[in-house]
Ligand binder design. Structure first.
Ligand code: PSV
Ligand code: MN
Length: 388
């Protein structure tokens, strides 16, 4: 097995994008619990995200959601990010919170509503031009609740045409990233329910259209690492929305429910060439911290990803290939498990210290006084939330 010193340079290549919405209040349809010190605007969200990067060195960019993070001057927001030591990343569109979108957006039958949804995406691309963002991430809530409610084929065709128009506006160095989700908010069918549909749609668009895999968006016991392998094999795994789930789209801290699954996913990302500076697969979090503190929740999340990445990088590929070639089932499985069971935490603490980062980022944040500062300063105004 490789030593930690062997893999350290590859760990340096890791970057995990944070979602601005993770710092706002969130909850379930039963209750949103507010927290003191929560940001009131995108500037404060970015300041909080910068704290995560400061203690981990892992999260140099922040994703925005439009219109939640709408500002008058995106150049100023980008400058604010730079002043805080981070940059703006993916722009997420939102066609799920407007009355007009009750029966869909890009797949809607009504030309006016489809036009409105397309225009929203064109506006998002204008924002990307101003922020220097590479990726436009599209997640569509489109679907139906009842069999017979609408013609699924017609919806697919209209959506394809609408995506084409959006894709044509994407710049040479930008990408259209299409996310899929098995259900919710629609409960009979979703117009982009699975990786195959997302793949079929982006393949029809062209090279700069790719798929986003949100780990919470599958049926229970789906083999997600198989999908990772297949999309990388097809050159279409654009990004991850990482989170963890016990039941549906729980949006819990990545690696919390099933660290082994996260390890297996990252093993396939590395195997498929998607990891690090030579890879094109963006690592992003898409999470909400409903009951825990948000900034430490994000710190814990990026550390979980780093930890499973270190274990995956330690995997002895040559020994695994040999065992697989010999058809030695138990040896091959054992080699994979040896990497998974390696406790990399002490080595990671030393690695961080060598880079001038705190050995224990959770403790460093707790001791920094930042929480006390934002609780004292952020008084009055409307707290940001998922959906505002
Ligand atoms: C949908 O559940 C989703 O995963 C999409 O990525 C949205 O943009 C995001 O959640 C909003 O939290
Ligand atoms: Mn997502």
């Amino acid at each position: 097995m490789a030593t930690f010193a062997d893999i350290a340079p590859r760990l340096d290549e890791q970057a995990i994008e944070l979602p601005s919405w993770a710092f706002g209040n969130s909850g379930t349809r039963f209750r949103v619990f507010g927290q003191p010190g929560v940001p009131r605007d995108p500037f404060e969200k970015i300041a909080d995200a910068a704290q995560v990067h400061k203690v981990t060195g892992l999260s140099p960019t922040v994703a925005l959601h439009i219109p939640w993070d709408k500002v008058d001057d995106y150049g100023q927001l980008a400058q604010h990010a730079a002043d805080n030591g981070v940059a703006l990343g993916t722009i997420n569109s939102n066609t799920f919170q407007d009355e007009d979108y009750k029966l869909g957006s890009l797949a809607h039958r009504d030309d006016r509503i489809r036009r409105k949804a397309i225009d929203h995406h064109l506006e998002c691309i204008d924002i990307m031009d101003a922020t220097g963002s590479r990726d436009l991430k599209i997640w569509l809530a489109d679907g139906t609740n009842y069999a017979g409610q609408d013609d699924m084929r017609g919806r697919q065709d209209r959506m394809g045409e609408a995506l084409q128009e959006i894709y044509e506006r994407i710049g040479e160095h930008q990408r259209l990233v299409l996310e899929y989700k098995i259900f919710e908010p629609a409960f009979y069918h979703m117009d982009v329910p699975d990786w195959g549909t997302s793949y079929a749609q982006v393949a029809a668009l062209g090279e700069r259209a790719v798929v986003c895999l949100d780990t919470g968006h599958h049926a229970p016991s789906t083999n997600i690492e198989f999908i990772v392998m297949q999309l990388l094999r097809l050159g279409k795994l654009g990004s991850f929305d990482f989170n963890s789930r016990n039941y549906a789209d729980d949006d819990l801290i990545v690696g919390a429910a099933d660290p082994f699954q996260l390890f297996r996913i990252i093993v396939e990302v590395i195997r498929g060439g998607g990891y690090g500076k030579d890879g094109d697969t963006a690592f992003m979090l898409d999470q909400c911290h409903n009951i825990e503190d948000k900034i430490p929740g994000q710190i814990r999340s990026v550390l979980n990803v780093q930890e499973m990445t270190a274990r995956a990088l330690l995997l002895d590929r040559d020994a695994l290939d040999a065992a697989q070639a010999e058809g030695d089932v138990l040896k091959a499985h054992g080699i994979l498990m040896d990497a998974f069971y390696t406790d990399v935490r002490p080595a990671l603490a030393e690695y961080r210290e060598a880079k001038g980062l705190p050995a224990d980022p959770m403790a460093a944040y707790a001791a920094s006084g930042y929480k006390e500062q934002i609780v004292a300063e952020r008084v009055g105004g409307a707290q940001a939330g998922w959906g505002a």
